[in-house]
Design a binder for this molecule. Sequence first.
Ligand code: AMP
Ligand code: MG
Length: 400
Amino acid sequence: MSLFLEVVSVVEAVKAVQKIAPPPGCEDVPLEDALYRVLAKDVLADIDIPGFDRSTVDGYAVAAAETTGASEAIPAMLQCRGRIGMGSADAGSISPGSCRYVPTGGALPTGADAVVMIEHAEQIGDDILVHRPVAPGENVVFRGEDFGAGKVVLERGRVLSPREIGVAAAVGADRVSVVKMPRIGIISTGNELVPVAETPGAGEVRDANSYLAGAFVTERGCHPVYFGIVRDERPVLKRAVSSALDRCDAVLVSGGSSKDERDNTAAVLAELGKVLVHGIAIAPGKPTIIGTARGKPVIGLPGHPASAFVVLVAVVDHLLATMRQTAVSRRTVRARLTQNIPSTRGREDYVRVSTSGGEATPVFGKSGLLNTLVQSEGVVRIPASSEGFEVGEEVEVILW
Ligand code: AMP
Ligand code: MG
């Protein structure tokens, strides 16, 4: 007989964590410290980018109309009025019948609206023979064409990857307003747990989950705070959760999340605050707790590292994204199943799979095996309404 009479769906669990995610506040940081932070305010272009009409090639700045009909046999002839220096404030002007040499990135002189690539021109003394016509705007980026002054370049909520950092630099954002990094307290509970540096004795296992959860929250732009291993004793766990609540914005407790009398997480949470969910219709990962204490989310993760990881991906990811005021970012691929995957209706199954060459192969293993975590590249989510997928079906693999 299941101890979990009131499991909620994954959708409900996700809604529950989104509802309790505390608003993080924001802070200003130098751009060089902003990698993977979430923008709290839009970044605007301070000036037109580029600030001047600019050549994209090495060549001759011309009035495009003067090259109409130019060919190898009958080139257009223009007089070259010297070179434009890089960074030069004054690119001068060209008059009808003339052109100026301009390097890549150089400013166009007044009167020019295109650039003939150097490969398509021939210099004879002061004259330039143009062998091909250019259209107006060819090989030119016009002032403000990239970003107009005052325009939004990066919207709030956007995660700053190296691409965004580069663009922010180009529009003068030497400091950016970002969402504060949530501090996530991490506790492992279990009398059998020993620190990773120790060799476990009989009946003991190493605390993998502190590292697993810590790395997961770090990868998602949060700051892990480690509270170590706590014995399965209610007062001890209560003290640990309480001090984690003092110092953090949310707390993850792994182990002791089931409904056995030795499992203390739900009882401790009920003493400190409120249990909102105890049991999710997800496999693996059913013994999961969602609650709040002192206005902060506390999540009880299953002890099995593979189950804990599935819950991190399926539920905690949404908590962290909401706290960071951004969207969950998932990399997915589509792949064809090499085997049937049966599933029980009414429960969302997360089946670990290895993928290669557009195929996904389920990595079945006994509950509790660690090797499935490293022998799989991701999971296939089987909705609660489905009885599974058949060999040959195309499925979405959530890469992890
Ligand atoms: P529990 O959720 O406490 O019932 O634990 C379920 C299983 O996960 C047990 O076999 C535990 O030994 C194992 N386990 C619990 N916590 C951890 C941990 N931090 N690291 C590795 N295994 C764990
Ligand atoms: Mg335990």
